[in-house]
Ligand binder design. Structure first.
Ligand SMILES: Cc1cc2nc3c(=O)[nH]c(=O)nc-3n(C[C@H](O)[C@H](O)[C@H](O)COP(=O)(O)OP(=O)(O)OC[C@H]3O[C@@H](n4cnc5c(N)ncnc54)[C@H](O)[C@@H]3O)c2cc1C
Length: 258
């Protein structure tokens, strides 16, 4: 099978503020973009301030070129989830969490306008429940909400899931549509900054969960994901192979920091 990873030069076609802290940006120019899974992600390469077009190494070995010269001046990249893919029009939607004006991804998304260019590389995905798994446990913060929404929306009638979403406050809720039997808990930090709350971990720890073998998917701030995974494996006894997890961001660090 050929690799799904490809480089695209995409163009912003629409932007919409879907919650006070989330902007949905539609990108076009993605003809031939593969569907790899429900939580599929891409790397986005943002132009440097003042540039129209992002400049960066492309090709199959772009990462090797990138790593070989860490001091080079070039586009900054960050990772995002494809909330929706419309192959017929070569479009994808990405939901950006706006968390301030100094971080390159958040800053670019807050200012994006139709016609702006952004590099796209991907996609990859990790959600892959085994057939023998029963109910789903889906947990994460707002950066994981696009993937959680896509997973929940895909659940067929007869399936069941417990979903825990940590968000800033009630205004950030995004209702899910699903045929599955899904119970969603919206956990509001209400003033506690993202990455500094124990709300998600404590809520899962305190929950009475269904019996049977679950498949768990967890993503969000890295320390929170680690704590949650540890709880599920060590205290709940869930097989580690049935816990799919990813640190989507790290408090006080960027994607390149060690
Ligand atoms: C597979 C994957 C899928 C992802 N999908 C999405 C997605 O669909 N939407 C999305 O918004 N993010 C998503 N993320 C997370 C996103 O890549 C990070 O939040 C990234 O750090 C944003 O880049 P930035 O330039 O805005 O901030 P950076 O320059 O990376 O970080 C600057 C500072 O901001 C902090 N920070 C980063 N993100 C946040 C945040 N959300 N809230 C508060 N502080 C933050 C960092 O700790 C750091 O101190 C995903 C990450 C992965 C790995």
């Amino acid at each position: 099978m050929s690799s799904p990873y490809k480089h695209f030069m995409a163009q912003v076609t629409r932007t919409a503020r879907i919650t006070p802290q989330t902007v949905r940006i539609t990108l076009s120019g993605l003809e031939g973009f593969a569907d790899t899974g429900l939580d599929h992600w891409v790397k986005l390469f943002f132009p440097l301030p003042g540039d129209r077009r992002p400049v960066y190494p492309t090709g199959d070995d772009w990462w090797r070129t990138w790593s070989a010269d860490p001091g080079a001046v070039r586009a900054v990249f960050r990772t995002y989830t494809v909330r929706r893919h419309r192959p017929a029009t070569g479009e994808i939607d990405i939901d950006f969490v706006l968390h301030g004006d100094t971080a390159p991804g958040s800053r670019w998304a807050a200012r994006a306008e139709p016609g702006d260019l952004v590099g796209v590389w991907g996609p990859g995905a990790m959600y892959d429940p085994p057939e023998a798994a029963g109910w789903r446990l889906i947990a994460g913060d707002e950066t994981a909400l696009p993937a959680m929404a896509a997973i929940v929306e895909s659940l067929p009638a007869g399936s069941s899931a417990r979903v825990f979403v940590e968000i800033a406050d009630a205004a950030e809720e995004q209702p899910f549509e699903t045929d599955g039997d899904v119970r969603v808990e919206w956990l509001h930090r209400d003033g506690v900054p993202a990455g500094r709350s124990a709300l998600l971990v404590e809520s899962v720890r305190d929950a009475t969960l269904p019996p049977g073998r679950p498949y768990a998917w967890i993503a969000g701030e890295s320390a929170m994901v680690k704590a949650l995974r540890r709880h599920l494996v060590n205290e709940r006894g869930i097989d580690r192979a049935d816990v799919c997890f990813s640190g989507y961001w790290r408090l006080g660090k960027t994607e390149y920091d060690d």
